[in-house]
Design a binder for this molecule. Structure first.
Ligand code: MV4
Length: 509
């Protein structure tokens, strides 16, 4: 095993990797920007190197500086986490060329999956199902029209270099094709510097189901089962779970075999994920492969009992995977909610501020993967995801109830978060039935934001009462409220219980 590893990331994933290193007896080096001088990942690592000013382009995206930091501290390997440099082929190559170990897939595998059309061709060549469509970029509107009528409308135009939904256009009728093609090309050019666009048949209201893969350097590649990631908004996942209500053991086996076949075809080593669309008729199609550890990896860890980051490190160090495919079956149910600094009630506007109070949930089956603490300044330089709340329970119904309980237990003050939104989600009947698809959240959002969880009123009244009683005990006669919601100035007229809570907690803050 390595003696020392550099973590080229920040926030919760940097802490997650540091913890895995600590458990393996590996020393850690953090890197940080000027904005992160007091960040938890800097304190928790054995050493830390300042790599530049707050903007990521001048710090967490500076491959040369980061490799320099590894050299300077004597780190033997670099873990990139997710985002930032994790899927940059040139960086994986530069790390290797510097004589360091890259804790991720080979640069060649990153490149093979970087082009969506190349990944589609690879899937077809290896008998992995893809959505009917082309693998060659479109040339002109005329031949595009001919192809589109072969597949049948609606069709979807996609950027060959794409991912994450950029450069995508749904076309419902032939008359709209030409202008949609122009628009998709322009968007693809702007986002990826490549205007190549291809056609797929549009799959209506599918689920997004992905398969976690682990592959070692000795030819073993295993599927760790699926994650259901359909609850997303504007291509940002909000809730993930494992297993999926839509995947039975037979489909799990078939999707797993497809994912393993893709990994082997790409010469994949380390942890990776194959994304699939799962259609309403039960058929599934390979979309793309993510060549990194993903945000939602904990739900897989909780149902398989396999520590993915631990195995990322051991695979990079040359170890063999000691389990067989038959030994890997999901047990129970895991759900993850992403806690972001976004104000759901205000169109998910990013919120900033200093975390003035933080109480994170605990108890049976509750896991908090966080990157914040009291005093953390939440700004606009980085991703708004502050933490992930993950629960495990014996079945889905209990997991939903456990998540709701844990969310109610969570208090973050000083910055708006997605907590209240998630409580409403756990109370939603469609979500409780698992009756979701990739468009579901956008359809449901207006209704969800209106819903007021009744239990919260009770809790807020209890908080008000408790705070008032405590204040009376410490400083008799100073309370302006008598422990009754109606006597908190302004609170009674606030129509939203969360506004009331803010008023009450502000009064006693
Ligand atoms: C699709 C699709 C429907 N039909 N392809 C979005 C991002 C990229 N990874 C692929 N995406 C989609 N491809 C066909 N042929 C619908 C989506 C899609 C989507 C996929 C996964 C998760 C969320 C999504 C949200 C909107 C559209």
């Amino acid at each position: 095993m390595f003696r020392k590893v550099l973590i080229a990331n920040r926030g919760e994933i940097a802490l997650r990797v540091i913890r895995a290193c600590q458990e393996l007896g590996v020393k850690t080096v953090a890197v940080y920007s000027e904005a992160d001088a007091r960040a938890p990942h800097v304190r928790e690592a054995d050493e830390a190197v300042l790599i530049g000013p707050a903007p990521s382009s001048e710090s967490y995206l500076r491959g040369d500086t980061i490799i320099g930091a590894a050299r300077q501290t004597g780190a033997e390997a670099i873990h990139p986490g997710y985002g930032f440099l994790s899927e940059r082929e040139w960086f994986a190559r530069a790390v290797r060329d510097a004589g360091l170990v890259w804790i991720g897939p080979p640069a060649e595998a990153i490149a093979a999956m970087g082009s969506k059309t190349a990944a589609r061709s690879l899937a077809i060549a290896h008998g992995v199902p893809v959505v009917p469509g082309t693998t060659e970029p479109l040339t002109d509107a005329k031949s595009a029209e001919k192809l589109a009528s072969e597949f049948g409308y609606p069709i979807l135009l996609k950027a060959a270099a794409g991912g994450g939904g950029k450069g995508m256009r749904v076309v419902k009728a032939p008359k709209d094709l030409s202008s949609a093609l122009d628009a998709a090309r322009r968007e693809a050019k702007a986002a990826f510097g490549d205007d190549a666009v291809y056609i797929e048949k549009f799959v209506e209201r599918p689920r997004h189901v992905e398969i976690q893969v682990l592959a070692d350097a000795h030819g073993t590649a295993l599927s760790l089962g699926e994650r259901e990631c359909s609850v997303q908004r504007r291509h940002q996942k909000m809730i993930e779970e494992s297993p999926s209500v839509a995947v039975d053991p037979d489909r799990r086996r078939r999707m797993g075999e497809s994912a393993v076949r893709m990994a082997k075809a790409a010469g994949y080593v380390n942890a990776g994920t194959c994304e699939f669309l799962l259609a309403r008729d039960g058929s599934y199609y390979f979309l793309e492969m993510n060549t990194r550890i993903q945000v939602e990896h904990p739900v897989t860890e909780l149902v398989t009992g396999i520590d993915l980051v631990h195995w990322q490190l051991r695979i990079a160090a040359g170890d063999r995977l000691p389990f067989s495919q038959e030994e890997i079956t999901p047990r129970g149910w895991a759900i993850e909610c992403r806690i972001t600094s976004e104000d759901a009630a205000n169109n998910f506007l990013p919120s900033t501020g200093r975390v003035s109070y933080l109480h994170f949930p605990s108890g049976p089956g509750v896991r908090w993967d966080g990157g914040i603490e009291i005093g953390t300044e939440v700004g606009l330089h980085y991703d708004p995801m502050l933490a992930k709340l993950i629960v495990w329970a014996p079945d889905r119904e209990q997991a939903v109830m456990r998540m709701r309980r844990a969310l109610v237990d969570l208090i973050v003050q000083g910055v708006e978060t997605s907590r209240d939104f998630h409580i409403r989600m756990m109370d939603d009947a469609d979500f409780q039935r698992g009756d979701i698809d990739i468009q579901w959240l956008e359809r449901k959002l207006p209704e969800i934001l209106q819903r007021l969880p009744g239990a919260e009123r009770t809790r807020i009244a209890a908080i008000a009462g408790a705070l008032t009683a405590e204040r009376e005990r410490v400083r008799p006669g100073t309370s302006r409220a008598g422990g009754n919601l109606d006597t908190v100035p302004g609170a009674a007229s606030a129509d939203d219980p969360w506004k009331r809570a803010a008023l009450i907690e502000g009064l006693h803050g």
